[in-house]
Write a new protein. Structure first.
Length: 135
């Protein structure tokens, strides 16, 4: 049977929780306190296998590093986007590709361009990392 979104989020959060100093929000928070990873999803493709046995989830990890003009925020994002290392988002997510047993596999597929996130009266610097999960 296909995995539940709440279980997939929990597995992603557990994996991302290994990155030093990074907070993880499984749901969109009311307030942002960087550095934080916010877990969302973009699309869901059902019926990839007979009787609902496989679903493809396109997940997004919205990484918020800090205030827009903060150069340290840019360096933080650079470290998150590294292929490997203690701060690598790819490495953390793929460290357990079953997401604590809730998925068949997952892979970090891409990262979008740096973006400005307007939250309340403040602008933050962030990036979205895209993850494909098969559950």
């Amino acid at each position: 049977m296909a995995g539940k979104l709440s279980d997939l989020r929990a597995g992603l959060a557990k994996n991302l929780g290994t990155i030093p100093g990074l907070r993880v929000a499984q749901l969109v928070p009311e307030q942002v306190n960087p550095p934080v990873a916010v877990l969302t999803r973009s699309t869901v493709n059902y019926h990839l296998d007979m009787r609902g046995g496989l679903t493809e989830w396109q997940m997004q990890v919205q990484l918020v590093a800090g205030r827009m003009a903060d150069q340290q925020a840019q360096r933080t994002i650079d470290a998150w986007l590294d292929w490997d290392g203690d701060y690598s988002v790819r490495r953390a997510i793929e460290s357990d590709q079953t997401l604590d047993g809730s998925a068949q596999t997952c892979i970090v597929t891409s990262a979008d361009a740096l973006t400005t996130l307007q939250i309340g009266d403040s602008e933050y610097l962030g990036v979205v990392v895209n993850v494909t999960v098969y559950a």
